[in-house]
Design a protein around this ligand. Structure first.
Ligand SMILES: Nc1nc2c(ncn2[C@@H]2O[C@H](COP(=O)(O)OP(=O)(O)O)[C@@H](O)[C@H]2O)c(=O)[nH]1
Ligand SMILES: [Mg+2]
Length: 363
């Protein structure tokens, strides 16, 4: 049996993970088996922890983006097929990654036709940021990161405007018309992962169409590499223990303190995510580029919890490491102490894809 492979890209904070979970839920309700693949430059992903907490089969490709580790990506697909025989695998690439049509979609079509049916490549966009970028702005990003954002739009078979519950309907509809005109060749849809609006329409397009990767990018890898390198990355996992602690308040205080520090250094935020796991309870907090903090669920109170932190911020990785360590330390006490289970900070290296196709493979 062939597995449908649905690759869902889009910049950091566009709403990929939230939509994937919503989509997985809808497909499972229809009796389909669904598995997910997450991706990051470093291990210990808040998104994987979140999705596993929701009971999904999740594979993580870490240490490199899908395109620079195609064998790792292909292996994750193979393992999931062996373990879970899913009808659909949904894969979320790194948010600052581009050129996926040439580096992922075409090679999948060429080498894995017997196992996979590759769905059209969907690229997600937060309306406010996209509006700024197609208007000649940078959407609060470094200009080279905004370049990546625009390139992501240029290669989507489907462009999906997200979070429409937050925006005025006329604003979204005007944007949709504008995007349809500017990025001819892509089908443009709108969704809210929060209310479920539009998910069916998008899925009908994405799962029933059989053409994938119909657009190949003309992209300058120097600008692309620089756009990725303006962000410092940090992924850390801590075990905190020793004192009865309200973990929801802890997550809120940590993210609020980090927001204050990043603002003080005028550092643009890709995203900052924290998940605190207390047994089967958890709270997840997300600090977005516009400084908006959203906390969901609850981890309750106890004297021990695991904390995973993922931060993508426009500063050097060393500075990011120092600042995050200081703000965690400020919340510790004589009784509440930390054990570092994993801690990694880095600047993404120059993208060096395993494959880079210059022609479209028929499927
Ligand atoms: N209101 C609203 N918020 C959303 C929606 N989708 C995502 N978000 C929020 O946007 C932020 C980034 O979402 P996430 O799925 O982590 O984005 P990713 O970086 O692309 O995976 C989170 O705070 C989400 O809760 C939506 O449809 N409506
Ligand atoms: Mg995500």
């Amino acid at each position: 049996m062939k597995t449908k492979l649905l690759l869902v890209g889009g910049f950091l904070g566009a709403g990929k993970t939230t939509l994937l979970w919503e989509t997985a839920k809808q497909l499972m309700k229809q009796g389909k088996k669904v598995a997910l693949i997450t991706n990051d430059q470093a291990p210990q992903l808040v998104d994987s922890a979140l999705l596993q907490n929701e009971g999904l089969e999740v594979a993580e490709v870490s240490g490199s983006c899908f395109c620079c580790n195609f064998p790792g990506f292909a292996d994750a697909i193979k393992q999931l097929r062996l373990k879970a025989a899913p009808d659909v695998i949904i894969a979320e690439p790194v948010g600052s990654c581009a050129d996926l049509s040439a580096t992922i979609i075409q090679p999948l079509k060429k080498f894995y036709q017997a196992d996979l049916e590759v769905a059209p490549f969907t690229v997600l966009a937060d309306p406010a940021r996209l509006y700024s970028i197609i208007d000649g702005g940078t959407g609060g990003l470094h200009p080279d990161a905004a370049y990546i954002y625009r390139k992501q739009m240029e290669e989507g078979d489907i462009i999906l405007l997200t979070k429409v519950d937050v925006y005025d309907k006329d604003f979204v509809d005007d944007l949709l018309d504008n995007v349809t005109e500017q990025f001819a060749g892509a089908n443009v849809h709108k969704v809210s992962a929060q209310t479920g609006e539009g998910v069916d329409e998008w899925l009908a397009d994405a799962l029933n169409r059989t053409d994938a990767g119909k657009r190949l990018l003309d992209i300058d890898y120097d600008i692309y590499a620089h756009g990725e390198a303006v962000l410092g990355w940090l992924n850390g996992t801590l075990l905190l223990k020793g004192a009865e602690t309200n973990w929801d308040a802890f997550a809120n205080k940590l993210l609020t303190a980090l927001d204050t520090r990043f603002k003080a250094s005028s550092a643009g935020i890709g995203h900052v995510k924290v998940i605190v796991e207390n047994g089967s309870q958890y709270i997840i907090g997300n600090l977005a580029g516009d400084g908006k903090l959203v906390l969901r669920h609850s981890a309750g109170t106890s004297d021990e919890a695991k904390v995973i932190i993922n931060a993508r911020v426009e500063m050097s990785p060393e500075q990011l490491d120092r600042l995050v360590r200081e703000e965690v330390a400020a919340l510790l006490t004589d009784n509440l102490t930390e054990e570092v289970l994993a801690w990694k900070y880095l600047m993404p290296g120059r993208p060096n894809p395993t494959h880079r196709f210059r022609e479209i493979i028929n499927n």
